[in-house]
Design a binder for this molecule. Structure first.
Ligand code: MG
Length: 296
């Protein structure tokens, strides 16, 4: 079944809220501002859509190709920078500082997306797009070899947690914090790398028992979001696909542009904001985001 319309409010229609970007990524709802912040990666800028006025503006320019972001518990924004090859923080006053840029002596590739774990650590993906695609960063070398998923915390530093994904990209936690989902945007199909959303059990600071969770066969799964009931909402070439915690598909919502990433937000957490190529869209749902990072 791929038409569980109960997940959408009656009569819900896809709304285009803003347009004019080149490649939209990394949307994040900022509750204090009642705004969505997202990246236009090739445009090297961060955009902002204000829920109060319904207008779009440029938040910052010359941002060194930021990509995904997450809200930290202190209200600051943790974000990935392709150009600086690092995870960084933007404080509410606008100050940007480095969190981590190296694994041992090696520079990271180009951090892509980040999620805050229930224990407050940051889990982020490190594929190679920002060092192999000149319009999304600066050409560079893979300094530590392959691509990985890392966990960073103040006390433990940087730890490699997942090393069996070709191009790890989107990342999100289950509501109970026991599972982490990671997408693989490699080009393969079948049981090999690429097109899969992978799932892992979390055991303290490690991820175990990696397995295929669901496959996106039209385009690639990039950013993902998990709702309060544990369903996984995935980007794809043709729209948004929603999967039950079992991995079975529940709903497909076509979007007229290639979807790169999505996030829950809005005043009640039930709006799905979709970053799709040139535009930001909204879809009203009957669920809300998992909000794992804000649990005590
Ligand atoms: Mg991504």
């Amino acid at each position: 079944m791929i038409d569980d319309q109960d997940l959408l409010t009656p009569g819900a229609e896809l709304e285009r809220l803003a347009t004019g970007a080149t490649w939209s990524e990394g949307p994040l709802w900022l509750p204090d501002e009642r705004a969505v912040r997202w990246s236009d990666i090739p445009g090297d800028r961060i955009l902002r859509w204000d829920a109060g006025t319904g207008s779009m503006s440029v938040h910052r320019t010359d941002v060194e190709f930021t990509n995904g972001r997450a809200l930290d518990r202190d209200g600051s924004v943790v974000q990935c920078s392709h150009g600086r090859r690092r995870l960084e923080r933007e404080a509410p006053d606008g100050t940007v500082t480095e969190i981590v840029s190296h694994w041992g002596e090696h520079r990271l590739n180009s951090p892509n997306d980040v999620a805050v774990a229930p224990d407050g650590s940051y889990w982020f993906t490190d594929p190679h797009y920002g060092i192999v695609q000149p319009h999304e960063g600066h050409p560079g070398e893979h300094e530590y070899g392959d691509c990985r998923v890392f966990r960073w915390s103040e006390s433990d530093g940087l730890i490699s947690v997942i090393d069996d994904i070709d191009q790890p990209n989107g990342i999100a936690f289950s509501p109970d914090g026991h599972t982490v989902y990671v997408t693989d945007t490699a080009a393969g199909l079948g049981d090999g790398p690429g097109h899969w959303i992978r799932a892992y059990d979390i055991d303290g600071a490690t991820a175990r028992r990696g397995r295929h969770f669901a496959c996106i066969d039209v385009g690639l799964p990039d950013g993902i979001a998990v709702d309060a009931e544990g369903r996984v909402w995935s980007s794809a070439g043709d729209g948004v696909h929603v999967f039950a915690p079992s991995g079975s598909e529940l709903l497909f919502v076509p979007v007229p542009e290639v979807v790169a990433n999505l996030t829950f937000g809005g005043d009640d957490g039930s709006d799905l904001f979709i970053a799709a190529t040139t535009s930001l869209y909204r879809l009203r749902t009957t669920t809300r985001g998992a909000d794992t990072a804000c649990r005590p």
